[in-house]
Design a protein around this ligand. Structure first.
Ligand SMILES: [Zn+2]
Length: 158
């Protein structure tokens, strides 16, 4: 099974986007690379939520937005890994609507926003038969530990 890694600082942007659009859903594109069974997110692209009828509960990416996302991935020489969206005051699990509108292969990250604060976050992929989502292991590593001052001085002398 593949794993998904979102560096802490990028995850911070997803959380901020989700909190900013609360109580409506936010959505965005995740660009990055898959290597050794791990999908590492390297860039995010926020996209407008075009679902007019019920913006609190559903996100929808238009074919044009999808093509734009593929174009941006190609431009940056990255893969379009998938999409993130928020569930305002709702658990971080795919809805029936999410399942119906999901595409195979892509990673779907869902962040629950409880009372305006980003909380639980999960990652999903549609199973081969397209019937339902399977949960993926999600890692959100913090920024690398800074190099100690002493080592920095040594490096500067070289
Ligand atoms: Zn959803």
């Amino acid at each position: 099974m593949i794993g998904v890694k979102i560096p802490g600082e990028l995850f911070g942007k997803i959380a901020a986007h989700a909190e900013r659009t609360y109580p409506e859903e936010c959505c965005g594109v995740m660009l990055g690379r898959e290597a050794g069974g791990e999908r590492v997110v390297q860039e995010l692209v926020e996209i407008d939520n075009r679902q007019d009828t019920n913006r609190r509960r559903r996100f929808l990416i238009t074919p044009q937005q999808y093509r734009d996302a593929e174009g941006q991935a190609a431009e940056k020489n990255l893969d379009l890994l998938g999409f993130y969206h928020s569930h305002p005051d709702h658990p971080a699990a795919p809805s029936a609507f999410d399942t119906e509108h999901a595409l195979p292969w892509f990673t779907y990250v869902i962040v629950s926003v409880a009372h305006g604060h980003a909380s639980n976050t999960t990652a999903w992929v549609l199973e081969e038969d397209r019937g339902r989502f399977a949960a993926l292991p999600l890692a959100i590593p913090a920024r690398d530990t800074p190099v100690p001052m002493q080592d920095r001085t040594l490096n500067a002398d070289r």
